[in-house]
Design a protein around this ligand. Structure first.
Ligand code: 4AD
Ligand code: MG
Length: 465
């Protein structure tokens, strides 16, 4: 008999399906009952809800029923009937049960009682079987799909940028080296430095921190592109918002200025929120009930309000006048900390905020320089509970000005000559940004720690699973 998914039975069952024979396969969430009837809650991951299996105890081998406990995997054939109990529309009256795999109640770690997120991180191989992670993983899928759909529908092209790179896009210097040199016996040049000419690529390489520089090459040929791939940062930031390996979406668009860029960012995020509300409301309802009672309200709020737009300079003014004691004191020129960003969003404006025109000193070399000689056309989108969710800018398209920044910041020209050439040959104004996928997922799920919105988090001192 062909397997039915639980989502199809719970969502698509019509009156005429009642009484038909069905087969479902999944994992036992709970089993309860008495000497005559057992109720098994079965989940197959297609939906947060379980289907109830009603077992007439007399019809089954007691040994089999004894082995069916939380975590066991079953195939069940039976009759689809209208449910007597509340909370579900249909249930299955079991005829045959095949036990694929039992899960000993003495050792299976996911018993019915609630588990802390910290504990679940230690069993990341099993946590996809919890309702929380089922919701997170279905939402991650939905958001990934929606991202591709959004850009595809707008005529942007998905560009595949390399993960191994010889340049440092953000100039942050927090990169993972990629090498095949023998670390026990590193070849040295005459002056005692590592001899990278003997390494795999004949030069130092690392895992990329961003696909932007290559993304710009695509935009200056195809018009509008986006990347969506893993990026890597070796910064030792043990915070609820940083991962060493995270996914980033980076649209880059020829002929866009910073205002177009802001409009795109706002429209894009709102589209994703709307998509989640329209396609994953069961998951969002579960998370709203179990994790964060204000989740749905917050999603709707952001969807229906314009983001506030103001300059870095105006933001500093607000922060200074707030008389708030911050851990990091603010003055013009400092990089904003998440406490400052969250003050602006959560306490001052009560809305998402887009800050623009940051001091050149605290931003990357490629950002378009403003007339004032001090600031660049950067934009950061700041969100409630998260702080920075997007970073981007209009790009410096003037060859001389870009070269000057490259030299001032000591970016090796031999690493970025190809990037500079786009400004020599048919340069064009353009702009783009990067959305941190897991920061988006924090917002969409209401979860508090970024380790809980990616299946297998990579953080300092942790690369298990
Ligand atoms: O602000 P960032 O560093 O910008 C760039 O990488 C640009 N090249 C993007 C562009 O203009 N194309 O990173 C972009 C976003 C941040 O706003 C944040 O959401 C996320 O990436 N991000 C991280 N997410 C998780 N863990 C980390 N360690 C992150 N670092 C940045
Ligand atoms: Mg940034």
């Amino acid at each position: 008999m062909k397997r039915s998914t639980i989502i199809s039975l719970l969502k698509q069952s019509q009156a005429e399906n009642l009484g038909s024979k069905v087969n479902v396969k999944g994992w036992v969430r709970t089993k309860r009952g008495n000497n005559t009837v057992n109720f098994i809650e079965l989940n197959d991951g297609t939906i947060v809800h379980n289907i109830q299996i009603v077992v007439d105890v007399d019809k089954f081998d007691p040994e089999l029923l004894k082995q069916i406990s939380t975590g066991a995997c079953l195939s069940v054939e039976g009759t689809l009937v209208a449910s007597q109990g509340k909370g579900q529309s249909v249930e299955i009256q079991a005829d045959h049960i095949l036990l694929y795999g039992s899960a000993s109640p003495d050792t299976y770690p996911l018993q019915k009682k609630g588990h802390s997120m910290e504990f679940l991180r230690e069993i990341a191989h099993l946590r996809p079987r919890t309702n929380y992670f089922g919701c997170v993983l279905r939402l991650r899928h939905a958001m990934s799909f929606a991202i591709h759909k959004y850009f595809n529908d707008k005529g942007y092209f998905y560009l595949h940028t390399p993960l191994i790179t010889g340049s440092d896009a953000e100039g942050a210097g927090a990169m993972f080296n990629v090498t095949t040199l023998n670390l026990q016996n590193v070849p040295k040049t005459e002056d005692g430095k590592v001899d990278y000419s003997l390494d795999f690529f004949g030069k130092p390489t690392s895992l990329t921190v961003s696909g932007q520089l290559e993304g710009e090459l695509g935009a200056l040929a195809l018009g509008g592109i986006y990347t969506f791939g893993p990026t890597f940062r070796a910064e030792n930031s043990n915070t609820p918002r940083h991962l060493a390996e995270f996914w980033m979406i980076e649209p880059e668009v020829a002929f866009n200025d910073i205002n177009d860029n802001m409009n795109l960012a706002e429209d894009f995020i709102k589209y994703l929120i709307r998509y989640a509300l329209e396609h994953n409301i069961d998951d969002l309802n579960f998370l709203n009930n179990m994790i964060d009672k204000e989740l749905l309200e917050r999603l709707h709020f952001v969807l229906h309000h314009d983001f506030v737009r103001l300059s870095y300079t105006e933001a500093i003014d607000i922060l200074v006048k707030s008389n708030r004691k911050f851990d990091f004191e603010v003055s013009w020129g400092v990089d904003l900390q998440s406490e400052h960003e969250r003050y602006l969003v959560e306490e001052h404006f009560h809305k998402p905020v887009i800050l623009t025109d940051y001091p050149a000193e605290i931003k990357a070399f490629y950002m378009k320089q403003n007339e004032d000689g001090k600031t660049v056309r950067a934009m950061d989108v700041l969100f409630p509970r998260i702080g920075e969710i997007i970073g981007g800018s209009e790009r410096e398209e003037n060859y001389e000005k870009l070269l000057q920044r490259v030299q001032e910041l000591g970016v090796p020209e031999k690493d970025v000559w190809w990037y500079l050439e786009t400004r020599k040959f048919g340069t064009a104004p353009h702009a783009g940004f990067g959305l941190g996928f897991e920061r988006l997922m924090l917002f969409i799920t209401g979860l508090a720690n970024i380790r809980d919105v990616i299946p297998f988090p990579r953080t300092p001192m942790n690369a298990d699973f």
